[in-house]
Design a protein. Structure first.
Length: 588
């Protein structure tokens, strides 16, 4: 007897092939039977087999569960095993431990390392410090113990994790990891830690050299001090294990790779013999040379026997900004020093014309890279305000307000924020939401070394909400721009990432595959607007967005979401390399 039977669904199976109508039976967490229908009757499969439960899905699309290749759910899964809001938007598998950051290993001889890690994650990934302190047990030392802790608590999604280079360095070198170079013993210790982590199921190594990544003390994170020989030794270690990967962030990810960065990335994937992915490729028709420049690294990698995959988002993710708390504006050259001042002094400095002039000069310079998109302040929309002086400004653009007041937009924005003691919420309007940029995106998505993803879900919780990219993208494909047909869009969200990571039996609807499934209404699927909620441990805020048109989500055959409400079931699996992933060679 089947556990569940989904009748008359329009199956979009993840391969990119044509949709078909079928009855899909589930048993013991897997797809047991697929009975294709034609002219109202079953053609293939044991659709007559009885099931404990069944539902009529006529008019609905059944797709494989979506795979999000770049998240930071490493901590959140302890207090939120449902990985909200990702799972509600059809995501059944998440990849964590990205950007060089993982919560393990921790050196048991230095209990303070856990505090250092929490403060680093709070700063660099925008996680609530109180949630990190109160919501996770911090009971592990080794990476395997971390995975065991997640598994023991139960999760609703499938989750795999990379080992963060910063954690390896901190464990092996202590405080000297920040600023130091490992000696022979420390380098060997890092290698042993990485091998042990992959033996326990880590997916591989992630690292960062990005100059935007700083720890809780404001210093560059540990991996930024790594030299190429250290990185190459770790990459070779990754290549010694089945089903592993590399993920790397360099400063050029934000704009254009330098020649040295391209050489390093190519050397890393070639040394490991494994794919390397990076985040995130920004597509903007106003900068036409960026995409070919970035993807030239992928061509060079293939020539060297490696593979470099660029992640890119298929939607524009709104981000709120503030002059009062840490956000992307702090990453602009020279802005961090001003925005780190105490609020009264910060307001005083921001009101000085000479200070604003210098801030704008540096923000428009080449060193700002892709962050230059943030400095057209006339395009900002005013969000929540907090004082009488700003009554009536919510929802208006700074450009219109500045014209009324006869001042330049940045000066206008500063005065609005100063009246709120810098608490004003600011929403920048994207500069790349134009037909030419969307046409370029559609072309870029078809490249063999481009993968959709990069949500950062689980990070920057009160500033952005990238998790709904799956439903928003599908809605746009079905009822909006229609840049790619539905079967292609589903393949991009399912089979493509599953194949990159070598996931066993996931990413497609096929008999014998794991029953990770999303059932949705093609006439409605979408994502609601991002709204601020306060549901983190310690009452911290985060942005959430409701799923629209998603009828059901199943993980390993068990329903976890019904009409945007979690069921309470925890059928997810901690996916371990080798056991749950197969080796994908860099040349494969």
């Amino acid at each position: 007897m089947l556990d569940h039977l989904i009748r008359r669904a329009t199956v979009v199976d993840g391969t990119g092939g044509d949709p078909y109508t079928a009855d899909v039976g589930i048993k013991d967490g897997r797809i047991a039977t697929i009975g294709r229908r034609g002219a109202g009757r079953a053609l293939v499969g044991r659709v007559g087999e009885r099931a404990r439960t069944e539902e009529d899905a006529a008019g609905l699309v059944l797709a494989p569960g979506f795979v999000d290749p770049h998240t930071h759910y490493d901590a959140q899964l302890f207090w939120d095993p449902y990985a909200t809001p990702s799972m509600s938007h059809g995501v059944t598998t998440v990849v964590g431990g990205n950007c060089g950051f993982s919560l393990a290993p921790l050196n048991p001889a230095r209990p303070d390392d856990a505090d250092y890690t929490r403060r680093m994650m709070s700063k660099v990934e925008g996680m609530s410090l109180s949630a990190l302190e109160q919501g996770a047990p911090w009971s592990w030392s080794s990476f395997g113990e971390y995975l065991d802790a997640l598994e023991g608590g139960g999760i609703a999604v499938n989750a795999g994790f990379m080992v963060g280079h910063c954690a390896l360095r901190r464990h092996a070198m202590g405080p000297a990891a920040t600023g130091g170079t490992p000696d022979a013993d420390q380098a060997a210790r890092m290698g042993r830690l990485l091998h042990e982590a992959m033996d326990a199921g880590a997916w591989g190594l992630s690292t960062t050299l990005s100059d935007t990544h700083s720890d809780g003390d404001g210093r560059p994170v540990a991996s930024r001090y790594a030299r190429p020989d250290e990185l190459l030794a770790l990459a070779r270690a990754v290549g010694a294990h089945e089903g592993t990967q590399l993920e790397a962030i360099v400063p050029g990810c934000l704009d254009r790779f330098s020649e040295e960065e391209t050489e390093l990335l190519v050397a890393l994937t070639a040394a490991a013999g494994r794919p390397l992915n990076w985040n995130v490729l920004t597509v903007d028709a106003a900068v036409p040379d960026r995409v070919p420049r970035q993807l030239a690294a992928s061509a060079r990698a293939r020539a060297a026997g490696g593979r470099i995959v660029a992640l890119t988002m298929p939607v524009l993710t709104p981000m709120n900004m503030s002059l009062g708390s840490y956000c992307a504006l702090n990453l602009l050259p020279g802005w961090g020093d001003v925005l780190a001042l105490p609020v009264p002094r910060r307001i005083e400095e921001l009101r000085r014309p000479a200070v604003r002039e210098e801030m704008l000069r540096r923000a428009h310079s080449e060193e700002a890279g892709v962050l230059r998109r943030l400095v057209d302040f006339g395009r900002y929309v005013i969000g929540d305000t907090y004082t009488k002086e700003n009554d009536g400004l919510k929802g208006r653009t700074v450009r219109d307000i500045a014209a009324e007041r006869g001042v330049d937009p940045f000066a206008c924005l500063v005065e609005i924020c100063a009246a709120d003691e810098l608490r004003t919420v600011l929403w920048p309007t994207p500069t790349d939401d134009d037909p030419a940029s969307w046409a370029l995106r559609g072309r870029t998505w078809t490249h063999e070394d481009v993968l959709l993803g990069g949500s950062d879900a689980g990070a920057h919780l009160d500033r952005m909400c990238g998790a709904p990219y799956t439903t928003r993208f599908l809605g746009d494909c079905l009822r909006g721009r229609g840049l790619v047909p539905l079967p292609t869009a589903v393949r991009m969200l399912t089979d493509a990432p599953a194949r990159l990571f070598g996931l066993r039996g996931r990413g497609r609807i096929a008999e014998g595959a794991h029953a990770d499934l999303v059932l949705f209404d093609p006439d409605r699927i979408d994502a609601g607007p991002a709204t601020l909620v306060r549901d983190l441990p310690g009452d911290g805020p985060r942005l959430d967005a409701r799923a629209v048109g998603v009828v059901s989500v199943r993980v390993n055959g068990v329903e976890t979401v019904r009409h945007d409400v979690v069921t309470g079931a925890l059928p997810g699996t901690v996916l371990r390399s080798g056991r749950d992933t197969v080796t994908v060679t860099a040349a494969g």
